[in-house]
Design a binder for this molecule. Structure first.
Ligand code: PEP
Length: 244
């Protein structure tokens, strides 16, 4: 069975005092169940703090990016092995802000997912189309290209990933995909994953998820949870999304 997974992406937000309040409130308020899981992906400097404040809770933590390299002369990069040492379970790979502002290509995203798996992390592979691509009716072609690059690189290990569909036009804009729009793309992705023997991969929707719209999105047959940016910075809101 594919359980519900809700992951917070803090992006480049936070500070020691603010994080302590947020993480403590989440740890105190989260009621895990066999069928639901929560995680937060924090900026690298806060992995120790997440480990300290979430250890013993049912909330997992992770990073927002990972290098495709294991070690070496890659100034500023952080390897999957380093992230794993902090007890992290997850690493995002190919978030649209990485693709947009750092020029990450499909093959590089696939290599990052592979590096994460090799270090024992679960990569959360992000895919999604821009507004221009949606308006040009290229959504299917774009997400198929993005997911197929990762499937080609990982083979059967694809089954050990999580995939997030995040339409770029819905991220941080307050403009959410309708449940039907999300389901249409999730069904397509499910088909690609099934053909790679990875039908049970959890498929998250991301893009302006809030407590008010989470239940209708998560109620769709191929939506297994959410990747949540802005709303994950508010403990009460994020807990409500997790329990939606
Ligand atoms: C994200 O950062 O992945 C995201 C979906 O952001 P938001 O929820 O703020 O749209």
């Amino acid at each position: 069975m594919r359980g519900r997974l809700v992951v917070g992406n803090w992006k480049m937000n936070g500070g020691l005092a603010q994080n302590a309040a947020l993480l403590s409130a989440l740890a105190a308020g989260w009621r895990a169940g066999a069928d639901r899981e929560m995680a937060v992906c924090v900026p690298f400097p806060y992995l120790t703090q997440a480990k300290g404040l979430l250890a013993g809770s049912a909330i997992a933590w992770g990073a927002q990016d990972v290098s495709e390299h294991a070690s070496g002369a890659f100034t500023g990069e952080v390897s999957a092995g380093m992230i794993a040492e902090f007890g992290a379970r997850y690493a995002l790979a190919g978030h649209s802000e990485r693709r947009q502002f750092h020029g990450e290509r499909d093959e590089q995203v696939a290599a990052k997912a592979k590096a994460a798996l090799a270090a024992g992390l679960t990569p959360i592979v992000c895919v999604g189309e821009t507004l221009a691509e949606r308006e040009a009716e290229q959504t299917s072609a774009v997400v198929t290209r993005q997911i197929d690059a990762v499937i080609r690189a990982l083979g059967t290990a694809m089954a050990r990933t999580v995939v997030a569909y995040e339409p770029v036009w819905a991220i941080g804009t307050g403009r959410t995909a309708s449940p039907e729009q999300a389901q249409e793309v999730h069904a397509l992705l499910r088909g690609r994953l099934a053909s790679a023997g990875a039908a049970d991969v959890r498929l998250l929707y991301g893009g302006s998820v809030k407590a008010a719209n989470a239940a209708s999105l998560f109620g769709m047959p191929d939506v297994d949870g959410g990747l949540v940016g802005g709303a994950s910075l508010d403990a009460r809101e994020f807990l409500a999304i997790g329990l939606a």
